[in-house]
Each structure stands twice: as structure tokens, then as C-alpha cells.
Design a binder for this molecule. Structure first.
Ligand SMILES: Cc1cc2nc3c(=O)[nH]c(=O)nc-3n(C[C@H](O)[C@H](O)[C@H](O)COP(=O)(O)O)c2cc1C
Length: 190
């Protein structure tokens, strides 16, 4: 399939729609390899991945995520339903990547460029996942942006978690993609 076809056909699939099948590790490595070819200003290559593998691995992430929520939420605000959602969200995933931007110390490379490069790395993953008929979901809910989460993985204050990538397969037909406005409405030609 051509790259432009894959770009248009790639769809977000919610982890609840996954079927529990496991992605072979050579395909997971192919996703990571694609990520590493993202464009990068000054070759800072700021993308970082923590990979949770297989049923036990993704459930370990769910437990960690839910427990961090419990630990960091004042008792009167704690919702058992939210805890359970975080705990079980990855249940049908095969792998889960925590994706981070590791901020370099080069003053001439602005933070936004290191975030942009990391987002490009994520898109590379999503496109290769689509090419390989995987289901993928980029989530930023729960504790994604909480300082306790990045600290847990050893990231510093200036680093950022950019999302959780849930990966697996689905038996469902992909939904029709849509965009609210055409690219013409977002473009000025001079
Ligand atoms: C930075 C970023 C964060 C996202 N976070 C979430 C999220 O927390 N929950 C969610 O349901 N979808 C999330 N998405 C996925 C979008 O909902 C999805 O891309 C959008 O609905 C368009 O659908 P498509 O990816 O199939 O084209 C996120 C996407 C991006 C780029």
C-alpha cells in the first residue's frame, strides 16, 4: 500500500475494541525502528519508549496507572470507577508504549521542536502499525501528564510524557475516518 493510502486509512481503535491477540516481537521492533527515523532538529533524537509486552506486561501497566491515580488523588476526589477503568483499559492490548520526550541540553533546540520530533516518531509508529494491520490508540488520559508518572519512569522535570500507545489487533471493521474541515479551510495560498 502507498504511504498516502496508509496515512488516510490509519484509524484510532479504542483498546476496548482490541481482540487480545499478541503482536510478534519482530513487528514491535519494526515499530520502534520506524520511530527512530523521525525527523530531528540537531539530531537530538528526543523520543523515548517504555515497552510493556504481552498480557502480563500490559496488565502490569494498568495496575501501575491505576495505583498512581489512587496514590496521587485526594481521598474525597477518588473515584473507584476511574480506578477500575485505568486498571482494565489495557486488558485486550498486546503491547503498550509509554512515549516520552527527553529534553536535551541544547539551548538552540527549542522544547517545541523536541516535542514535534517525538510526535513525528509516534506518527511513524502509527503508520507502520496501520501498514501491518494492527490496532493502535494514542491516549493521553488518566495520569499521562502527572509529574508522578514521569518521575516513576525516571524522567526529569524538563522531560514530558507525550502519551500511551496501546497496540494490538481488532476483529472490528475500521470506522470511516472524517475531518471536520477540509485542508483548503486550513490553508492560505499566497
Ligand atoms: C496528542 C494526542 C492525544 C490523544 N489523546 C487521546 C485520548 O486521550 N483519548 C482518545 O480517545 N483519543 C485520543 N487521541 C486520538 C484522537 O481521538 C484521534 O486521533 C481522533 O479522534 C482522530 O481519529 P483518527 O486517529 O482515527 O483519525 C489523541 C490523539 C493525539 C494526536
Amino acid at each position: 500500500m502507498s504511504v498516502s493510502k496508509i496515512i488516510k486509512q490509519r484509524r484510532t481503535v479504542k483498546p476496548e475494541e482490541f481482540n487480545g491477540s499478541i503482536i510478534p516481537s519482530y513487528d514491535i521492533k519494526a515499530l520502534l525502528e520506524a520511530a527512530n527515523w523521525a525527523p530531528t532538529h540537531g539530531m537530538t533524537e528526543p523520543w523515548r519508549f517504555i515497552v510493556f509486552s504481552g498480557k502480563e506486561g500490559v496488565q502490569q501497566f494498568g495496575l501501575l496507572h491505576a495505583n498512581l491515580y489512587k496514590q496521587e488523588t485526594p481521598e474525597e476526589q477518588f473515584l473507584q470507577k476511574k480506578y477500575d477503568t485505568l486498571l482494565h483499559k489495557p486488558d485486550k492490548a498486546s503491547h503498550l508504549f509509554v512515549v516520552a520526550m527527553k529534553r536535551g541540553d541544547r539551548d538552540n533546540i527549542p522544547e517545541q521542536e523536541e516535542l514535534a520530533a517525538t510526535a513525528c516518531a509516534v506518527q511513524n509508529i502509527l503508520l507502520v502499525a496501520a501498514e501491518k494491520n494492527m490496532a493502535a490508540y494514542w491516549g493521553t488520559g488518566g495520569m499521562c501528564y502527572h509529574p508522578a508518572l514521569k518521575a516513576h519512569f525516571g524522567f526529569g522535570e524538563q522531560d514530558k510524557i507525550v502519551g500511551f500507545l496501546y497496540l494490538g489487533y481488532t476483529d472490528k471493521e475500521l470506522v470511516e475516518g472524517f475531518r471536520n474541515t477540509s485542508v483548503e479551510e486550513k490553508t492560505v495560498w499566497l
